[in-house]
Design a protein around this ligand. Structure first.
Ligand code: TYD
Length: 135
């Protein structure tokens, strides 16, 4: 079990534009308690560099593009998010790094719980120690 996967949502397109619905516990495997979004990322900046102990998240790049590296102690993957109808589900104990944000990138994050700094593991060595027996 890798604990991280791409999800494809419905994309309803017509002459008036595109619409993508995302329903908690239906289109994504989590109930949504919080959303946040990342914009205006400086060229070359890398965000993330952490894992969560309990939090589940779905990342959707609404505009532009971003690359996301995810890893657990056994596997590593790089995903490119570049459309508004694909989500990247990231479960507990997955280390993530977001990089190569396009200038216009808008990254929406759907989260299963409220913000809680004590749920973060921000040091990769500590992460490896805590995560190694889970995968
Ligand atoms: P962080 O999760 O480290 O951002 P990223 O992983 O994208 O680099 O959060 C950056 C800062 O914002 C940090 O000081 C915590 C704060 N923050 C909140 O106050 N509430 C939130 O919901 C989130 C996600 C972050």
């Amino acid at each position: 079990m890798y604990n991280c996967e791409l999800l494809r949502f419905m994309n309803i397109t017509d002459k008036q534009g595109n619409l993508t619905p995302v329903e908690g516990n239906r289109d994504i495997p989590i109930e949504i308690k919080r959303i946040y979004y990342i914009t205006n990322v400086e060229n070359g900046a890398i965000r993330g560099y952490h894992a969560h102990r309990k939090l589940h998240q779905v990342l959707i790049c609404l505009k532009g593009s971003v690359n996301i590296k995810t890893l657990n102690p056994k596997e590593e993957h790089i995903y490119k998010l570049d459309n508004s109808y694909t989500g990247l589900y990231i479960g507990p104990y997955i280390w993530r790094e977001m990089f190569d944000f396009s200038d216009d990138a808008v990254l929406l994050v759907l989260a299963s719980d409220y913000y809680d700094e004590s749920d973060y593991i921000r040091d990769i060595d500590n992460y490896m120690k805590e995560a190694k027996h889970r995968f």
